[in-house]
Design a protein around this ligand. Structure first.
Ligand SMILES: *[C@@H]1O[C@H](CO)[C@@H](O)[C@H](O)[C@H]1NC(C)=O
Ligand SMILES: *[C@@H]1O[C@H](CO)[C@@H](O)[C@H](O)[C@H]1NC(C)=O
Ligand SMILES: *[C@@H]1O[C@H](CO)[C@@H](O)[C@H](O)[C@H]1NC(C)=O
Ligand SMILES: *[C@@H]1O[C@H](CO)[C@@H](O)[C@H](O)[C@H]1NC(C)=O
Ligand SMILES: *[C@@H]1O[C@H](CO)[C@@H](O)[C@H](O)[C@H]1NC(C)=O
Ligand SMILES: *[C@@H]1O[C@H](CO)[C@@H](O)[C@H](O)[C@H]1NC(C)=O
Ligand SMILES: *[C@@H]1O[C@H](CO)[C@@H](O)[C@H](O)[C@H]1NC(C)=O
Ligand SMILES: *[C@@H]1O[C@H](CO)[C@@H](O)[C@H](O)[C@H]1NC(C)=O
Ligand SMILES: *[C@@H]1O[C@H](CO)[C@@H](O)[C@H](O)[C@H]1NC(C)=O
Ligand SMILES: *[C@@H]1O[C@H](CO)[C@@H](O)[C@H](O)[C@H]1NC(C)=O
Length: 261
């Protein structure tokens, strides 16, 4: 497909390409088959559960553009998110796509003997109008989980019969590090974006390409959750917030000391 010399095979080649390319590239298929990341809870485990870790989440329009809403979604305080995310004022509205680091507790959760255990952080979520497990996993939680995994951790809820107000557990994918190998490492849960590659992800998190490949393999798939091993939190570059002119009397300018959460 490098040259487009017109000859009689071109149409069939293009046709073949258009016919099969979307299937070869289908990302939904991977999510459909991803019931979660397995872990072991034996005494001699290599990865030590539970652990503190972080999930990379982006502010999104229209519903998740402030820390109050996002911290409610993850049952956290605004400060718990603003501090690791390099945001100085927790009450300032966020911009679409603004990056956040959400602290989560990662545990290894036993499902049953045939299925085994999967690692995730338990997030309580209340079903809203028009929600499906697919919408909750791909939109609300930005593919940090998948709907097959949501189904597995909520065996008593019928996915096709959700009612507004139902409480479900959303399993945010995570992984704990191998403490024998490295004591100070933790893993940031990150959803691969179509524009990403291993080197751009390594740069964004201050991780090495080698360590990312060691944990996740050398092929990354769009919208899969991967785990970025780091020794310290990356310092997120935040968009500049509105600066209050120093001459202005600003008695009500505070860093989120108000108590709406
Ligand atoms: C997903 O699972 C189905 C059924 O097991 C299988 O046919 C399909 O190839 C799988 N897709 C991927 C991308 O693994
Ligand atoms: C733990 O696992 C390692 C490597 O898999 C093995 O060499 C070691 O003997 C195991 N220790 C115990 C107590 O089972
Ligand atoms: C989630 O809900 C369960 C059961 O309803 C409760 O035990 C747990 O404390 C809740 N977790 C959070 C983080 O609110
Ligand atoms: C989640 O993944 C799906 C592909 O299965 C994609 O269409 C969707 O845009 C992704 N969600 C986000 C927030 O990126
Ligand atoms: C174990 O869990 C899986 C996933 O939810 C389920 O499909 C399977 O039926 C369960 N097996 C048993 C023996 O309960
Ligand atoms: C659907 O959910 C409603 C309310 O929870 C319940 O009354 C009904 O029996 C359910 N139907 C099925 C087919 O599970
Ligand atoms: C492991 O720990 C060492 C020493 O603390 C550190 O220099 C190194 O970057 C860590 N390796 C990884 C993969 O995080
Ligand atoms: C791991 O960390 C603990 C305390 O943080 C330290 O005492 C210990 O020596 C470290 N172990 C290794 C193998 O680095
Ligand atoms: C990875 O992505 C970055 C930014 O999108 C780009 O500049 C770079 O050329 C890419 N590297 C490779 C090896 O594809
Ligand atoms: C926080 O974000 C700002 C704006 O992108 C950046 O200049 C700064 O270096 C970041 N780090 C810290 C520690 O403030």
């Amino acid at each position: 497909m490098k040259t487009f010399k017109p000859h009689h095979h071109q149409f069939s080649t293009l046709f073949f390409f258009l016919l099969f390319f979307p299937f070869l590239n289908s990302q939904t298929a991977r999510q459909e088959n991803n019931t979660g990341y397995t872990c072991t809870t034996t005494k001699n485990q290599t990865n030590h559960y539970p652990c503190q870790s972080y999930a990379f989440y982006r502010a999104t329009s229209p519903n998740y553009l402030d820390l109050a809403t996002i911290s409610d979604l993850f049952s956290l305080s605004r400060l718990a998110i603003s501090k690791p995310s390099n945001i100085s004022s927790p009450s300032t509205p966020l911009l679409p796509n603004q990056p956040l680091l959400i602290p989560i507790t990662c545990s290894c959760n036993f499902i049953n003997t045939t299925f085994g255990s999967i690692s995730y952080s338990n997030i309580n979520y209340t079903i809203k109008p028009k929600d499906t497990f697919f919408i909750v996993s791909t939109i609300t939680f930005q593919n940090l989980t998948t709907y097959p995994s949501v189904e597995i951790v909520n065996p008593n809820i019928v996915a096709t019969n959700l009612s507004i107000g139902d409480n479900v557990v959303v399993p945010i994918f995570c992984k704990c590090p191998n403490k024998i190998k490295n004591n100070s490492t933790f893993m940031i849960s990150y959803v691969v974006q179509p524009s990403d590659n291993v080197s751009s992800i390594a740069l964004m998190f201050g991780a090495t390409e080698k360590s990312i490949v060691e944990v996740n393999g050398d092929k990354l798939y769009d919208y899969d959750t991967i785990f970025i091993p780091v020794d310290k939190l990356p310092i997120l570059k935040q968009p500049r917030t509105v600066v209050v002119p120093s001459s202005a009397p600003s008695g009500n300018f505070n860093d989120g000391g108000d108590s709406d959460d």
